[in-house]
Design a protein around this ligand. Sequence first.
Ligand code: URA
Length: 254
Amino acid sequence: MSFAEAERSEVERPEYTAERVMTKRKDQGRGSPADKNAGAERSAAPFVPGTTSISALRAAAPGCRGCDLYKTATQVVFGAGPVKARVIMVGEQPGDQEDRQGVPFVGPAGAMLDKALEDAGIPRSEVYLTNAVKHFKWEPRGKRRIHKKPRISEIKACRPWLEAELRAVKLQILVCLGATAAQSVMGSQFKLMQNRGKLLALPPDSKESALPVEQVVTTIHPSAVLRAPDTEGRRAAYESLVADLRVVAKAIRG
Ligand code: URA
């Protein structure tokens, strides 16, 4: 998919505009077909095998009932990439295309990310891609399935899978794409726009600090580029994404 096609096909995702990326929506998650039983404390932990084998984790993921999102998704979308990747990139959740194909970042946001990686000088072959939430959450609009932002409880419920991936992949640097991933990794008070593009450590003395990660870079989600209101906004958002990713490129080159 070309850059222009990617731009055209992302018209329904207001959650990701650069301006709104840190805005907590009051209606977050309400009314989705997957929202029944939201509220109860749920976790994927009982479904995550105690292994550092990515293939064993991937094989177990379809059995996860740690939240209700599996009920309305086509399939679980587990992470993909080399287990010796130097970089793990974490997005929010699979989109419509990813849900159909079962692979992360194969839709419009993925096309944008691929281009930004290339421009930043990060070989795609060195990146393991995954999401904070492993099922597509959506709501119907006519015949279309429109992305719906996951609830904090769903992000928390899915976190044991991310932790297991981080233990299994021998990463050097973790990159959070967008506020959902950043808050899943750095804690719910993390301010993306104030801290993006910097080499960070996990917050000390927190449950996040138990993650096997030494360096974190946060940046906007590639969909924020697609959602910018005009050409100039898209250009600026794209350049800022590439600039943040260059920090990652420099770090992995040592
Ligand atoms: N957006 C994400 O955050 N992840 C994907 O896999 C696709 C789109």
